[in-house]
Design a binder for this molecule. Structure first.
Ligand SMILES: C[S@@+](CC[C@H](N)C(=O)[O-])C[C@H]1O[C@@H](n2cnc3c(N)ncnc32)[C@H](O)[C@@H]1O
Length: 421
């Protein structure tokens, strides 16, 4: 055991074997450079005296934290919990796909009296949508057992709720349904890295989460790069270099997600994903989902003009979201090689039901972006910014036109090929 003093803090590090280390510290982050590998330790979720364990090879570094912010916590008027009916509609719309996927692919031989069926919801946020997704999956599995005449062997379920370490897990736990028929655990950390031991999961679910990038691509904030995204906060109507930088980051992120799940899923384990995607038809530019970020960016530039925020702050702010074309998702999964694509079905969710008023629409975006905006601009600009957004949205009548508004998704069912790796 060695003790290191780094930035006035004591760190104890034990090198057990080449890549296995133990450290003890609270709410801090340290980078340790070892031959050929750099490891980051973040011990925040475990509390003052807990031991944070990191072990693995240089290919499977545990990534607890991406440079992202979680959805707005709590249950107040602008919280995610109160403003996520749109995402709930995506789960509702794919319920039938989920049932079908389980009926056709779930393997009841997984169950032994001593071991539960393990399900993870990745990017669960604060609820309540995650509860609906988990209940749908569990009901479908129970139905499968009943229809196979296995009533005496009904399984127990362990559900792992995962999100970033800054997610408001307290709100999630407080609202766990009383009537749930599963054991619940929270798993903090980035789903771009390993979260679970090898081959321990039977099903993985994730909805409306894989559109988030692990970080804003560096080059779009680099003044010297042709991909510098000056004057915009998103890639809509941006030069090709900006769009390419977003697409490249998306590819790298989806690849690391798949790499981690390939190790965690049991043979024949299933992954059920609902991913927002780019529309395959050219949309009226006012109804493209990126339009809102363009409008929000123009509100920020207006605030620059009246001296409320600095131009430099706006130029360095970019929303780390990307809606990929369906063919990109297919190519990335195929190149991973560990998963068989069982289904890839497009569907869409119509905004008009969820956002009957401009106010509701603006609250939806605020619930998603508020934390990020607070962190970047230093807090205090949210009310002004989103009031401006509400006024501007009214200038784009199509934005609230129920016949025009929709966001495209794909439901993806992947099966882990057995005995590979
Ligand atoms: C729009 S919310 C969707 C939440 C929930 N699945 C639903 O359908 O309501 C996206 C969630 O993904 C989470 N997320 C984004 N990137 C993540 C990452 N790398 N690791 C874990 N969670 C992530 C965000 O923190 C956020 O809670």
């Amino acid at each position: 055991m060695k003790t290191y003093k780094v930035r006035q803090r004591q760190w104890r590090v034990l090198v057990v074997q080449n890549w296995t280390l133990w450290t003890r510290k609270k709410k801090s982050c340290i980078q340790i450079i070892l031959p050929q590998v750099m490891l980051s330790f973040v011990s925040a979720p475990l509390g003052t005296n807990s031991w944070f364990r990191l072990c693995g090879t240089n290919k499977e570094i545990f990534k607890t934290k991406d440079r992202l912010y979680a959805m707005k916590g709590g249950e107040g008027a602008s919280s995610y919990a109160q403003n996520s009916t749109f995402q709930r509609d995506a789960i509702e719309a794919s319920k039938e796909f989920i049932r079908e996927a389980i009926a056709e692919n779930f393997d009841s031989k997984w169950t032994k009296p001593t071991s539960p069926i393990c399900i993870a919801d990745l990017g669960c946020s604060t609820g309540p949508n995650t509860f609906l997704a988990m209940q749908t999956m569990i009901e479908a599995i129970n139905f499968q057992f009943q229809s196979e005449g296995l009533v005496a062997q009904m399984p127990e379920f362990q559900v792992f709720f995962n999100d970033q370490i800054s997610n408001d897990f307290n709100t999630l736990f407080k609202n766990l349904p009383q009537s749930r028929k599963y054991f619940a655990s929270g798993v903090p950390g980035s789903f771009r890295g390993r979260l679970f031991p090898r081959k321990t999961l039977h099903l993985v679910h994730s909805s409306s989460s894989l559109c988030w990038l692990s970080k804003v691509p560096k080059e779009i904030m680099d003044k010297g790069s042709s991909a510098w995204n000056k004057g915009r906060i998103f890639h809509k109507n941006a030069p090709k270099e900006v769009v390419d930088a977003y697409a490249t980051q998306y590819k790298a992120d989806l690849e690391s997600f798949l790499h981690a799940r390939a190790q965690e899923l049991a043979n024949n384990g299933l992954m059920l994903l609902q991913i927002p995607i780019a529309s395959d038809v050219i949309l009226d530019s006012d109804v493209d989902p990126g339009k809102i970020f363009e409008v929000l960016g123009s509100c920020l530039l207006d605030m620059v003009r009246v001296g409320m925020v600095s131009e430099e702050k706006v130029d360095s702010f970019n929303v780390p979201l990307f809606y990929p074309p369906i063919k990109n998702v297919k190519e990335i999964v195929e190149s991973n090689g560990i998963f068989r694509i069982e289904r890839m079905r497009p569907f869409h969710v119509k905004n008009n039901v969820t956002f009957p008023t401009v106010q509701r629409l603006v609250l939806f975006y605020r619930a998603v972006l508020d934390e990020m905006i607070d962190q970047h601009f230093g807090g205090g600009i949210g009310d002004e910014l989103f009031n401006r957004l509400a006024k501007k949205v009214k200038e784009f009548p199509n934005y609230m036109n129920p016949k025009k508004q929709k966001i495209d998704f794909i439901f993806v069912l992947l099966k882990r090929k057995p005995n590979l790796m």
